[in-house]
Design a binder for this molecule. Structure first.
Ligand code: UD1
Ligand code: CA
Length: 454
């Protein structure tokens, strides 16, 4: 098999995005469009991937920061043919090249494999048929149905305008012919550009057949020129991902109301209510239930755990059979063992919570090591920060912390200790005893409420 190179054209300016961010860096599914195209290309296992980037596109190179990518600079955007020519010195003299666009993010690997398989004689073209083909290059076929040329929209005569079969822009080319064809391109057309599409007629003149391969769905070939198109493709991507989850047995309350910006792994009988967002790498074990409007960013959740509505979890590890939320917040470094309960308006950061422990209401647990079967009462706080340094709070097994306690770190609550409600604990609390640190209750005899003078 001859070697495959992939060339991704990504030098276009993207003026209609009205953004300081280069077009191909705008995210789709939480990832720059260009990174997604590169990931798709990589699945074809090409010998190399060359990205043609534009003048001032250093930001693109820095953001993509991929050591396996080769870069070719196209200083002036003189057309798609000129863009490919910029990559020519980096392409081997033999083998084939697949041209992709950095702003067409949803093409599937399966379709590209079909395109490559069709390029038997060295060439093939990815096509689509649209109800409204305006703006696209039209595919011209001869009486025998063979592709003979592509005519750009702005260069079409009336008969060509009526053609509904369009060029997606993606094609496979034989490297040994490519240099000759690219040098033969001229820019005497409506846009004064060097059109890559003109190589079709040159190939046909050279006796090279150009079989067409149709996309499976039009979104595979849809490009992004503005925020509206970006939003539409984002919804398409999310719907595709939701369908894949449903097909794999995940229960989704509504496939139109889930956003996965990364990878979501799951076990069996997982159910997800509406409005949830999954970012980065998220894994959900068997029987996990996620309530409405939760956000999970780089989180792993073991089997049987239920996360109730409006909870936000970031870089956290959650054990099996836990109850989280509603309105819980797990911040980076939160590590919960099995059967832990974290209730409403509880924040946990950089802390371990042991087997079966409960922090159910309105508490802050930061930089703490909590053992098993601990109960932290409502409104308790680990005071971990003195304005300069952070200290740890250690709470050993079977401790009971009464409501409204302030635990001033560094401090240790020994096994089985009980802390009276409202205590400010700044010294270690001994095991199995009641420690109370609050002012004694006082009743003032004969005191009277002030009365209004009016
Ligand atoms: C191109 C095709 C057209 C096809 C359409 C599909 C040509 C001449 N026309 O038209 O037949 O129907 O795509 O969307 O190829 N780019 C560069 N450097 C340049 C010009 C473009 O890198 O000098 C890149 C762009 O960033 C983009 C891609 O090439 O990723 C396509 O460019 P664009 O201007 O969108 O091409 P169209 O005119 O839409
Ligand atoms: Ca375009």
């Amino acid at each position: 098999m001859d070697s495959l190179s992939v060339v991704i054209l990504a030098a276009g300016k993207g003026k209609r995005m009205y953004s300081a961010l280069p077009k191909v860096l705008h995210p789709i599914g939480g990832q720059p469009m260009l990174a997604r195209v590169i990931a798709t290309a990589r699945q074809l296992q090409p010998a190399k991937i060359v990205v043609v980037y534009g003048h001032g596109g250093e930001q693109v190179r820095e953001q993509i920061a991929d050591p396996d990518i080769e870069w070719a600079l196209q200083e002036q955007q003189l057309g798609t043919g000129h863009a490919l020519k910029m990559a020519l010195p980096q392409l081997p003299e033999v083998g084939r090249s697949l041209v992709l666009y950095g702003d067409v993010p949803l093409t599937t690997v399966e379709t590209l494999q079909r395109l490559l398989a069709a390029a038997d004689g060295g060439m093939s073209l990815l096509t689509d048929v649209l109800a409204d083909a305006s703006g696209y290059g039209r595919i011209v076929r001869d009486d025998a149905g063979r592709i003979v040329a592509i005519v750009e929209d702005k260069d079409c005569d009336a008969a060509q305008k009526a053609i509904r079969e369009i060029n997606t822009g993606m094609l496979v080319l034989p490297n040994d012919k490519l240099a000759g064809w690219l040098h033969a391109l001229r820019n005497g057309n409506a846009q004064g550009e060097y059109y890559l599409t003109d190589v079709i007629a040159l190939a046909v003149a050279d006796g090279v057949a150009v079989p067409g391969v149709a996309v499976t769905s039009s979104w595979e070939a849809a490009g992004v020129n503005n925020k509206l198109q970006l939003a539409e493709l984002e919804r398409q991507l999310q719907l595709n991902q939701a369908r894949a989850l449903l097909t794999a047995g995940v229960t989704l309350a509504d496939p139109a109301r889930i956003d996965i910006r990364g990878r979501l792994e799951h076990g069996q009988d997982v159910s997800i209510d509406v409005g949830c967002v999954f970012e980065g790498q998220v894994s959900l074990g068997d029987n996990v239930q996620i309530g409405a409007y939760c956000v999970l960013n780089n989180v792993s959740v073991a089997s049987g755990t239920r996360i109730a509505a409006y909870s936000h979890l970031e870089q956290a590890v959650v054990g099996a059979d836990c109850r989280i939320g509603p309105y819980a917040r797990l911040r980076p470094g939160a590590a919960l063992a099995d059967q832990v309960h974290i209730g409403n308006f509880v924040e946990v950061k950089n802390s371990k919570v042991g087997l079966g422990s409960k922090v159910n209401h309105l508490s802050y647990i930061g930089d703490a090591d909590i053992g098993s079967k601990v109960n932290v009462g409502a409104g308790s706080v680990t005071c971990n920060y003195d304005g300069v340094n952070k200290y740890r709070t250690v709470i050993r097994d079977h401790v009971f912390v009464g409501s409204g306690s302030m635990l001033v770190a560094p401090v240790v609550l020994e096994t089985g200790a009980t802390i009276g409600a409202g205590s400010v604990i700044s010294k270690n609390a001994p095991a199995e005893q009641l420690t109370v640190a609050r002012a004694r209750q006082l009743t003032v005899a004969g005191w009277q409420r002030p009365k209004k003078s009016s």
